[in-house]
Design a protein around this ligand. Structure first.
Ligand code: SF4
Ligand code: SF4
Length: 368
């Protein structure tokens, strides 16, 4: 091994040996898979422009602002020669079962669902820390190598590079599906200026004639296979959208208070893979079917503490309580009326007041 005392006199590693050594180091750092892609224009770039052109990015204006930079990974790290893609498995132990008739909701209608990826520590931090360690390990052998760690933080089409790196195919639900990990996968990348032999791209598509994800989406957000209209997606409304929810979105959350996993829960490729074993990813259970009435009754400072360091911080208290109000109304949880009325009257946040008033009115009209 280069740099280690036992191999100081060993011949230098070939590029393939070096690649495999980096892959091993990545796995030792806790990633579930590592792949190597060339630094090329991502094949899905024209489709992404088309998607933007049709406005299917909804209110995610940053996608338009960053469109040009996504054309090539050098838009993120100018001297890039290789894109090392890292995968983390976040498959939950048991999936929340959404929709009417769900026993967990029926038995406790004040509970809601939180997307599996958000159950643990904010995955951005996990990627940045581990990818920086991977870069340090590479630099221990090759001090001149430079790199940049990326996890959703820069305009890189990670999913395209994951496919180029042989890590899986794009399912009709638009997620990357890894043959042995499934689609509950988070992606990060380390861009380095060292050229390494890439893995063979993943060319096959193992969805076949299956359309479960398309059929299961409760809001018909897929305009067809591989095409998601964010303007209809629960994940978009509950996470990305700031301010009031439009009526059609507010009435159509299907129990989801943050994100939505339905189009992954139904995917047959997620049946066999093991659940995530990483404690940081799994979390401590506080967001597994949380009692949303608790969220309504929580002091803002307490809520801030609850979500600190997790992906739920993206929605902040206002977004989460807004979602909770609408989910409680959708669940018919009339026991939340006193809390909703209190928030509607006196919450300092206008978005919360509006959501609480709307939810209370919906519950009252349903009880007539
Ligand atoms: S995340 Fe939910 S709402 Fe969005 S496409 Fe998938 S099933 Fe539909
Ligand atoms: S549910 Fe079926 S069609 Fe959808 S991603 Fe999974 S295998 Fe592909």
């Amino acid at each position: 091994m280069p740099g280690s005392s036992e191999t100081q006199n060993a011949p230098p590693l070939s590029k393939i040996e070096l690649r495999e050594r980096i892959r091993r180091q990545g796995l030792e750092l806790g990633f579930d898979a590592i792949g190597f892609a060339p630094a090329v224009a991502p094949p899905g770039y024209p489709d992404m422009l088309d998607w933007l052109e049709m406005g299917q990015n909804a209110g995610m204006a940053y996608m338009e602002r960053q469109a040009q930079a996504r054309a090539h990974p050098r838009g993120v790290f100018e001297p890039v020669a290789t894109v090392i893609v890292a995968v983390l498995n976040y498959k939950p132990e048991t999936s929340s079962k959404p929709g009417p008739g769900d026993e967990s909701i029926a038995s406790k209608r004040t509970c809601g669902h939180v997307a599996a990826y958000a159950q643990g520590r904010d995955y951005h931090f996990i990627f940045w820390e581990r990818l920086d360690k991977l870069l340090a390990a590479i630099q221990a052998d090759l001090p001149d190598v430079r790199g940049r760690a990326v996890a959703d933080s820069a305009p890189l089409m990670e999913r395209d590079f994951a496919r180029l790196a042989g890590l899986g195919w794009f399912g009709k639900n638009t997620c990357l599906i890894h043959k042995s990990i499934g689609s509950f996968t988070l992606l990060g990348a380390l861009l380095i200026d060292l050229e390494l032999p890439p893995d063979a791209p993943f060319e096959a598509d193992h969805c076949g004639t299956c359309t479960r994800c398309l059929d299961a989406c409760p809001t018909q957000a897929f305009e067809g296979p591989y095409r998601l209209d964010a303007r209809k997606c629960i994940s978009y409304w509950t996470i990305e959208h700031k301010g009031h929810l439009p009526d059609e979105a507010a009435d159509d959350l299907h129990g989801w208070a943050f994100g939505c996993d339905i189009c992954q829960q139904v995917c047959p490729w997620n049946r066999k893979p093991p659940a995530a074993s990483d404690a940081e990813i799994r979390g401590d259970g506080r967001f597994h079917e949380p009692d949303l009435l608790d969220w309504l009754e929580m002091e803002p400072a307490e809520m801030k503490r609850l979500i600190k360091g997790t992906a739920l911080e993206r929605s902040k208290r206002a977004g989460l309580v807004r979602n909770a109000c609408h989910v409680l109304a959708g669940n018919g949880a009339s026991e939340s009326l006193p809390a909703l009325n209190r928030l509607a009257e006196s919450d300092p946040d206008e978005v919360v007041r509006h959501a609480a008033a709307r939810a209370a009115a919906r519950l009252q009209s349903n009880s007539k």
